[in-house]
Ligand binder design. Structure first.
Ligand code: AMP
Ligand code: MG
Length: 432
């Protein structure tokens, strides 16, 4: 009997099912061991004001701005220099009108001062008198107390991606350990009687396993990956391999990516293997997506298992469009979007409008079947002036070269029958 896809979903429905998976648990991590892309699990409050006092942003003189009102090169003002402020000690004097104090970048302003004039706009004039050749606005070149952070106020909200910028702020406040969403644990498995390990020499009819290493390379920036080798196209060993992949490296995997055998041929046993496990719910079998229709998603216990198509290009495109965003979702990258009651403009991990992309115009017409979301591999061509062209890179999904020759994909929504040459498109960039 010809098998058929059990449960075909639109990409939109797949995304809503994936979004329903909660992010992973929180763990405390040291800032110096924070994996790239870590997401803050809880809102942090500041324990201190930062800067702790008004500090100078320039080398120059601390002044009262009102004293320099109307000052210019032709109409300078002279102020008494009453002292010099050290970089590592707060001043122990108060500045009165008519006075100035030498200050270095980062020095604390003395009481009474409200601005700094750059040294370039001044000139010593006899002993302890400084000529001021410019006016300054109150607050000019002053880093105000609490401008970066205020004691007792929210510092960074839950869902913040901790980049170098946030790390710097945390360091400045003495916060060296942070609650973050832990990285996903991922198992990878390949299936196919024809597959041999990349280090083996295949005999005729056999090919090397591409997906284990290629998918690992895509996943590694976002998760801890363990590979579980190649399973044959037989139910029993495939199920055993799947169980091993679910059990993971001691701790159960959060996600299993199993490539091959997800379609509806006689040797395609992924669905059956999944169904033979206890506590399994098939979320979809078949997605209205090209390339990548034979995608299976199943929940096995607490693990989400992806049955990816074995075709090398299909597997990578599905990972780019759905798999990697799902890992980012688990790692907390949708948290900012779901923060209650806030319209913060932060989309969830699947929101392609916020992915790294490049604007381009389509170089030629592309046809697409209505009702299916198509992802066309394209090369960016900037050889002509103006917006770069997105040039489709055709090729069968079993070939690798199209992936190397393209910089990303262009999405054709399910409701369209194609896109015409000259249409402005967003190229969703690979390696972003
Ligand atoms: P399948 O999804 O198992 O029907 O496989 C579709 C095509 O992809 C077949 O030509 C397989 O040989 C090939 N394929 C499956 N898995 C892999 C893999 N891990 N590496 C390279 N090619 C694969
Ligand atoms: Mg196969």
């Amino acid at each position: 009997m010809q098998k058929d896809f059990l449960h075909v979903l639109s990409v939109e429905d797949v995304v809503s099912r994936l979004l329903a998976c909660p992010p992973l648990a929180c763990e405390t991590k040291r800032l110096d061991a924070l994996p790239r892309g870590s997401v803050l699990a809880e809102t942090l409050l500041s324990g201190e004001d930062l800067p702790p006092a008004d500090r100078s942003g320039m080398d120059g003189y601390a002044v009262q701005a009102a004293d320099l009102f109307g000052a210019s090169e032709t109409n300078p003002v002279w102020l008494d220099r009453i002292g010099e402020i050290a970089i590592d000690r707060p001043p122990d004097f108060t500045l009165q009108s008519g006075q100035c104090a030498a200050i270095v970048t980062g020095g604390y302003l003395p009481e009474g001062a409200d601005a700094v004039i750059m040294v370039e706009h001044t000139k010593p004039f006899g002993a302890d008198v400084i000529e001021m050749r410019r006016s300054v606005a109150p607050g000019e070149y002053v880093m105000r107390r609490g401008e970066d952070a205020k004691a007792g106020h929210p510092l960074l909200p839950a869902g913040t991606v901790l980049r170098a910028q946030e790390t710097g702020l945390l360091a400045a406040l003495g916060i060296t350990e942070v609650p973050v969403i832990r990285r996903p644990r991922v198992s990878i498995l390949s299936t196919g009687d024809e597959l041999v390990a990349p280090e083996a020499t295949p005999c005729p009819g056999h090919i090397r396993d591409v997906n284990t290493l290629a998918l690992s390379a895509m996943i590694r920036p976002h998760a801890e990956v363990t590979a579980f080798g190649i399973a044959p196209d037989r139910l029993e060993p495939l199920t055993a391999a799947l169980k091993a992949a679910l059990t993971g490296d001691g701790t159960p995997a959060d996600v299993v990516f199993l490539s091959g055998g997800s379609s509806i041929g006689v040797r395609d046993l992924t669905l059956e293997a999944l169904q033979s496990l206890g506590d399994t719910e098939i979320l979809c079998h078949g997605v209205a997506l090209s390339p990548g229709k034979p995608l299976i998603l199943a929940r096995c216990g607490k693990t989400l298992v992806w049955g990816l198509p074995g075709q090398v290009a299909s597997a990578q495109v599905v990972m780019h469009v759905l798999g990697v965003p799902f890992l980012r979702h688990l790692a907390g990258h949708s948290l900012a979007a779901s923060r209650s009651g806030e319209d913060n403009g932060r989309g969830h991990a699947f929101d392609q409008r916020l992915w790294a992309s490049r604007q381009a115009v389509l170089s030629r017409n592309i046809a697409s079947r209505q009702g299916r979301e198509d992802y066309i591999r394209v090369r960016l061509d900037a050889s002509t002036p103006g917006t770069p062209q997105a040039v489709p890179v055709p090729g069968l999904s079993g070939l690798l070269r199209t992936l190397l020759d393209s910089q990303g994909v262009v999405r054709i929504p399910a409701r369209l029958e194609g896109l015409e040459a000259g249409t402005p498109v967003d190229v969703l960039l690979f390696d972003s």
